[in-house]
Design a protein around this ligand. Sequence first.
Ligand code: MSK
Length: 631
Amino acid sequence: MEQLKDFTTIEQMEADTAKLKEMACAACAETWEDRKVNQTPQCKFGEEGICCKICSMGPCRITPKASRGICGADAHAIAGRNYLRMAAAGSAAHSDHGREIAHVLHKTSPDGSYHIRDEGKLLRLAAEWGVATEGRDIYDVAHEVAEVGLMEYGKPFGTLRFLSRATDERKQLWEELEIAPRAIDREVATSMHMTHMGNTADADALVRQSLRVGMADGWGGSMMGTEFTDILFGTPTVRATESNLGVLEKEMVNIIVHGHDPAFSEMVVVAAETKEMIDYARSKGAKGINIAGLCCTANEVTMRHGVRMAGNFLQQENALLTGAVEMICVDVQCIFPALGPLAECFHTKFVTTSPVARIPGSIYVKFETETAMAQATEIVRMAIDNYENRDQSKIFIPESKQGAVVGYPCEQIIKELDGVTNSHVDERGSYMPAIDAIKSGVLRGAVAMVGCNNPKVRPDYSHIEIMKELLRNDILIVATGCSAQAAAKAGLLSKEAKFLCGAGLRRVCELVGIPPVLHMGACVDISRMMLLVTDIAKDWGVKVTDLPIVGCAPEWMSEKAVAIANYVVATGIDTYLGIEPQVKGSSQMMELITEGTRKLTGAGYVINKDPHELVTAIIAGVEAKRAALGI
Ligand code: MSK
């Protein structure tokens, strides 16, 4: 008889952190927990979104005696502008990541560092975009597709090409509301223009533009990043891996890749696998080279290589505190500047590789597409040379780790489903088996778990508690980003997690052979979730807003999360948040992001800081959608 496996509890994770904190104290190293204490209490005006420092007449703050800033902007204008600027920054970051990947695609060549790994996906995208393929060299096609993609960032006329993938109902609604995004950069620039001193002060208009700039990310830059990454490095397939700090190896050279853009980390992984580098590591007394990932770079390389995951956002300092990391090599986004001074307390080399993320205390190696493999080899060599500098008295590697099954993009989910029923109706395949399971009640619905960690709440607690409760209630989970990593650390990405599920979901997992939490990738891959939901709605013949499928970001923190939340809501998916958006100082803004958008797009935010109340609201939301569908 199958046994319930040992799942890592939040208390065990916290015990590991406490021990690592002791290592930090011994090394006189500061961590986010210390800085959080120093930052408490946090500024109430900032927290409520009612501090304006957009021009140098300010900063102006809204108080009981000052209901307007010097220019006359009220709380609603100030909070609305701040909110839109967050969404614009998030959209810019994700989309610039997508642009970098497009440039890599443009530089692919048969004898260069970067090749085409998924020709089928490239040819499908070429056909979608009207790029000729007949009789052409695949690299010529790739370069033209990359150029067409790059034009999406600045084209003077029209809306984004990927919008054609949406349901007819959404396309029409976006046109009617005038929130269909035009060129990606234009939506970011328009958002900055609208929020410049002396422009939009109307909260409703600011929220509408937030939806539009968010869509420029989710149906633009992020979707492009995902598609082009698949073409370059292969569309992910199911792989077995492991997660948590226990993946670090005592007797190997440990290199951590961290950030989001996989272009360089892919090369580091390949370089570390060469015989030359493995032999070199052995010549220095190590048993080999161990690459581990952090944050979304981890998600990218685990899905394509099975590279093990050291952890998520608030674990980045913990990784260095093990004293066993020879190098942390980062690209862009979610990288603590604190890694600079922290690395100096240990032997760890901190390597930055992008002009977008220059950080004091790091060794800067500017990654160039043309020389990527040679640079990656040098970086791996630098890490190996550093192995002998380990201080054995500073080493503590927690034992905690869990097995995980990763790599479920839409193509893989369809494949698993069709494998059970052979129901494919066209080239894409069909979601009908999943739809039938939902209609019959075997599955009650699905939740997209996404987003970061946030020191405002107990790290990973909300992610894990909410997921476990959803599983008990027969709700399938798809996960990305740091939420997926929280699931992995807790063992929820393993097939044995079926033992935590209700009878219906457990039966589905056994029949299809999947874990109940499906790892869909990094935070740019939330664009995959938009396509998943869109195609389910098409196969079912209902509107996206009708589906018993919602999103949840219980511990979000970044501006990218604000962009994401906006495109998820614009797509018609209710979004449950465990951290309050910083607009509480404006009653209008609070109403707009919860009920106001619901009147426009059919979806809005539900906000609750208590994870148990939040999951109760999610389940009630899913059941209400089922009741409305009459199932
Ligand atoms: S890494 S944006 S902390 S999910 Fe994508 Fe995690 Fe959030 Fe960064």
